[in-house]
Design a protein around this ligand. Structure first.
Ligand SMILES: Cc1ncc(COP(=O)(O)O)c(C=O)c1O
Length: 459
């Protein structure tokens, strides 16, 4: 009997081994099949084209793009300011430092380092429909990643809140005004902001020339004149503020649009999550992809959400599906390792720029920049100084009442204080352009301050 049992066990064991071998062998073949099926076909050409243009050397002072400048049928280098020549290797010694625009090119090196993880390839048939499969205009997956990003960074409450995407945050500024203004009121809602404020608020309000809202100017003058009594008011609160980088709160305490374009750990310590009724964010100053044109708004109230959604649908039938795909890919990189690689990279650049800039201005009595106050950052769990996107420069001398002109005479172009409804005595200098642009700005500032203190050596 015992022998009989051993025999059966042996047969079972051999059978199992044979079956396992067949499974592994067949599975291996199947795996080879999959890898064969996955070998690139139609994407090879597009990938080769993308890699070829990326490989064009612009000496680190520019980039070539497929849809950019073309010479003899080939893409050619687009050089940063102050550099020229076919490969951007020629520095123009007399170059003017252009610190006007808020183009966030300072993050380009991060995306060059992370090119493999952040690139996408879009087939010709990709998402031709106006809608996603669930009949919406917004990618559910992208919305999920944005919520995840906010919970990692801790800069906004998104649970139980509605979200709408826009063509950059610029589109959402007007959409928010439309959603918050009263349609049935006899007089239009007054749009206010606190000086110095981002000029687009006034620019868009004037351009849209709506019956429902008009630009009313500065919050503080309205408050001191008690002008808000019985008036419908919508206040833009920019926090951190453009141009001076301050974390702002509402002055009037009524209906507000919180513009959080710069509320990210590389520009400001994050003291806690923002929980406002309506908060606008943008990819432009988070990852530096201003050209992608993507922003989002987080809303508490359902009615406001529905009105804002209606605006986006009627105005544009939503935003590009290609953009949403690209943003998803970028955000997956942003949230890697809980956001540490991107935010560390961006913060270190901004900190270095502020350290060097502060050193120059500390030697001057003719020019000053805004004071920065340390604050506890929940994201880094330590107290840090803000490193705003812009320096808000003041010309201290009585006779320098046009600060922009004073700087321009020293080959520095900023944006005049009057653009922000402040005094001409102030000028905004952008600190988020390319490293080349920043180095030129520092050089020109050093020359200017050296003239004031009478020695180049002491700088
Ligand atoms: C305060 C503020 N809000 C909004 C924007 C618009 O950003 P975008 O339309 O690129 O999202 C900017 C751009 O500089 C800004 O400074």
């Amino acid at each position: 009997m015992k022998k009989y049992c051993y025999g059966i066990c042996l047969v079972i064991s051999i059978t199992i081994n044979i079956l396992l071998s067949i499974y592994i062998y067949a599975g291996g073949e199947k795996n080879q099949d999959i890898s064969h099926q996955l070998s690139l076909t139609w994407s090879e050409k597009a990938a080769a084209e993308a890699e070829a243009v990326a490989a064009i050397s612009c000496s680190g002072h520019g980039r070539a793009f497929l849809e950019g400048l073309i010479y003899d049928g080939q893409p050619v280098c687009e050089c940063y300011d102050c550099y020229g020549g076919p490969d951007c290797s020629e520095l123009s010694p007399e170059c003017v430092a252009d610190a006007d625009s808020g183009d966030p090119i300072f993050l380009e090196p991060f995306w060059m380092q992370n090119v493999a993880d952040s690139s996408i390839l879009i087939p010709g048939w990709h998402r031709m429909s106006y809608q996603y499969d669930d009949y919406t205009l917004m990618s559910t997956e992208l919305e999920y990643y944005i919520r995840k990003l906010h919970s990692i960074v801790g800069n906004a409450i998104t649970e139980g809140r509605y979200m709408v995407f826009g063509v950059g945050s610029s589109q959402l500024l007007t959409a928010a005004l439309y959603a918050l203004s009263s349609e049935n009121s006899s007089s239009p809602s007054n749009i206010l902001a606190t000086i110095p404020y981002y000029p687009m608020y006034k620019g868009q309000t004037v351009l849209f020339n709506s019956e429902n809202f008009e630009f009313g100017g500065d919050t503080n003058s309205w408050q001191s004149n008690n002008s808000t009594n019985n008036m419908d008011v919508i206040e833009f609160v920019t926090s951190p503020n453009n141009p001076d980088g301050e974390l702002k709160k509402s002055v009037l305490g009524g209906k507000t649009i919180y513009d959080h374009a710069y509320f990210w750990p590389h520009f400001t310590p994050i003291p806690g999550p923002s929980d406002r009724d309506l908060m606008i964010f943008t990819l432009s100053k988070l990852s530096g992809h201003a050209g992608v044109r993507f922003g989002w708004v987080i809303i508490k109230d359902k009615e406001v959400y529905e009105k804002l959604s209606k605006y986006i649908t009627v105005a544009d039938l939503g935003i590009s599906k290609d953009t949403q795909l690209r943003v998803l890919k970028l955000l997956k990189v942003v949230i890697e390792k809980d956001g540490k690689p991107l935010f560390e990279f961006a913060y270190n650049i901004m900190k270095d720029r502020w350290d060097r800039l502060t050193c120059i201005f500390s030697k001057s009595t003719r020019f000053s920049i805004q004071k920065r106050h340390p604050l506890h950052c929940n994201f880094y769990n330590e107290t840090r100084l803000p490193s705003p996107a812009y320096a808000w420069v003041k010309c201290e001398r009585e006779e320098d009442d046009d600060c922009g002109a004073v700087l321009e005479a020293s080959k520095i172009i900023g944006r005049s204080g009057s653009t922000f409804s402040a005094k001409n005595r102030y000028t905004r200098l952008s600190l988020i352009k390319s490293q080349d642009d920043f180095e030129m700005l520092l050089l020109r500032l050093t020359e200017l301050v050296s003239l004031e203190i009478g020695s180049v050596e002491t700088m």
